[in-house]
Design a protein around this ligand. Structure first.
Ligand code: ASP
Length: 331
């Protein structure tokens, strides 16, 4: 008979978020209160998949997580893998999952599955989705099929690649979408099916020191160049521009972007939420062709927040403009 001792070991890290949020008597609103052990205790049937190692790592709203927290988490996940864990689950707030999962995708080099999950409905509401999401995440993290795919995000019985996924709704349990590719897999009756197998992206070493600040600026109708002009003076080490469409900005902002791109890396992403930055289609002033010719670096399929993550981690490892350009060329 297979006992729980024979199951793969999965480390479960709790960081807070809606999934862990309840209210204390006499207070307004829910706040993160539950740790990994309490969260796991509320999920039936986990022994079927894994032996669990709960780790209460942080207890916060996910908007307060930092690069330092995530570098420490990546190091701790790596240490647990070396000590024998087959997979890891990270349980946190959904607001920043699209960024934190991508940080882990880049920083955790082992092939063991790293699965990030959370919940859209907190435990005080009718129909909280946390227990089902946590159960599905453990199922995926314990699976040998999930090895070598990079970090995954599991919610609503769907499996998403960290590099593609984004939160697209403020409250729906179906908030997570992967616009460029769709989910890479799904679960049904505890069966896990992968429709797509992603190859690992080249990783980035764990930062040895602080991660330099990188700004993210979304273009909008009639935007001027005042903010762009301030980026260098404010001490930012890089800029990601979320442009219109396939890589377009108001023509009058181009000189300021070109000046900045000569001094710090300026990456060109799209505000559309899906699709690659164009490289060779439009020739009007402010087009992608003009911006790339003037030194901006196309973000490939990465959305603005994810491009900012990659740029930040490259800068933290001492990359200059040319190295940043080379890395993004493969995205
Ligand atoms: N609304 C958030 C969540 O879904 C709060 C957070 O991200 O911490 O968990």
């Amino acid at each position: 008979m297979v006992t729980v001792q024979d199951r793969p070991l999965v480390a479960v890290f709790s960081l807070g978020g809606t999934i862990a949020s309840t209210n204390a008597r006499g207070t307004d609103g829910v706040t993160p209160r539950l740790g990994a052990e309490e969260l796991l205790a509320g999920v039936p049937g986990l022994d079927d998949f894994a032996k669990l190692e709960p780790v209460a790592f942080r207890r916060t709203a996910s908007g307060d997580l930092t690069f330092d927290d995530l570098a420490a988490l990546a190091a701790e996940i790596g240490a647990r893998f070396e000590a024998g864990a087959a997979g890891a689950v990270v349980v946190q707030g959904t607001d920043t999952i699209e960024e934190t999962s991508f940080v882990l995708d880049l920083l955790v080099s082992a092939p063991n599955p790293v699965v990030v999950t959370g919940a859209m409905r907190n435990p005080t509401l009718a129909g909280p989705d946390g227990p089902a999401n946590l159960r599905a995440a453990v199922r995926v993290a314990a699976s040998s099929e999930a090895r070598g795919l990079g970090a995954l995000v599991v919610l609503n019985d769907e499996v998403h690649a960290a590099r593609f996924v984004a939160k697209t709704h403020t409250s729906s349990p179906a908030a997570f979408r992967s616009a460029p590719a769709g989910p890479v897999g799904w679960l049904v009756e505890d069966r896990l099916r992968f429709a797509v197998r992603t190859e690992r992206l080249p990783g980035v070493p764990l930062p040895a020191g602080p991660v330099p600040p990188v700004a993210l600026l979304t273009m909008s109708l009639g935007e001027g160049d005042r903010l762009i002009g301030q980026v260098g003076a404010l001490g930012y080490a890089g800029l990601v521009v979320e442009s219109f469409g396939g890589g377009h900005v108001p023509s009058w902002t181009v000189p300021a972007l070109e000046r900045l791109a000569a001094t710090i890396p300026v990456v060109l992403a799209s505000r559309t939420g899906g699709g690659d930055i164009l490289q060779a289609t439009y020739g009007f002033p402010g087009s992608e062709r003009e911006l790339i010719a003037r030194g901006l670096i196309p973000a490939g399929f990465l959305n603005g927040p994810k491009a900012r993550i990659l740029l930040s981690l490259l800068l933290a490892n001492g990359a200059g403009i040319d190295e940043v350009r080379t890395v993004f060329a493969d995205i």
